[in-house]
Design a binder for this molecule. Sequence first.
Ligand code: SF4
Length: 341
Amino acid sequence: MNNFESVSFKPAFSHIYIEEKALHHQVTEQILQKFPRAQQTIISHYKDVFCRSRQQFGLQKKSPKLILAKRENACIYEGARPCQSFGYTHFYYTSSVMNCLYDCEYCYLQGMYPSANLVVFVNLEETFRQVEELLQKHPLYLCISYDTDLLGLESMLGYVRQWITFAKTHENLTIEIRTKSANYSKIADLTPSDNVILAWTLSPQEIAMRYEHGTATTAARLKGAALAAANGWNVRLCFDPVLWQKNWQISYEQLVTETFETVSPNDILDCSIGQFRAAKDALKRMRKNRPNSALLQYPYQLQDGVYQYEQARAVEMTEQIKRWVGNYLPPKKIFLWQGED
Ligand code: SF4
């Protein structure tokens, strides 16, 4: 039991902080209408709230506040080493939201941000402008659901719909939208696009229940993926992070079987398998934020600045899962993250 379990918390977004310059933006007004009872506070810059010292990530996760801000600087970043590029040369990511509605125990965000409150950048048009600038130079593979779960926030923001619409008119752009939500229904009316990849992260149900708090069940994610694939979308399945536990073989073999009994292998674009990994300093902060987490206290090994399972264990798990997935998909559709991309 942690220190907060006996305390009652206000619902998420009971308080909304709004940057002065974001005040009259259409997205700000649209979000405020959805939370008519929220206490509103005007601030001069989102960092005044988001970057305050001595915040408690775990406590804030119980009742996150919302911060509405305007993006003014560069917001398209080159993919970092612990991310999978899926063979694309120009692999970038962007975050129109910082932090997530969900609360995965292994989430790197708790080691990256000083606060668990959500920052929404309301001026998505600025990100689109920067994407168009980059597209003048080269094609782009862009992960848009980074540092958040954008489809999980679709009822509030509608950003996934806007991104898909934007991608339709920019053929050199490929976007990946990764989710643990069951929110495919929010975009199911859209026509599938060749340059949009809908990706579902999948875990055995007992792992989802134990570590992926607030996310959709594995069955619900699979149902969304199956429907999307049947409707003609590019669907990616991500067994990532693969987590070690006693009898992991049973859980993951069942997951792979359930996955391909639900989603037709012929309809799948590709699949990724990745072991747990966390940057050195991030894991230190994650452990501090979750001192009771056995998952985070595992004696991971440091390799080139990234903590991960000892090599023998990592290889055993990913290779075994690859073999099971290989019963359904050809090797060229299976991507591994084992410490190198
Ligand atoms: S869904 Fe992703 S971003 Fe959200 S808490 Fe889980 S790991 Fe973090």
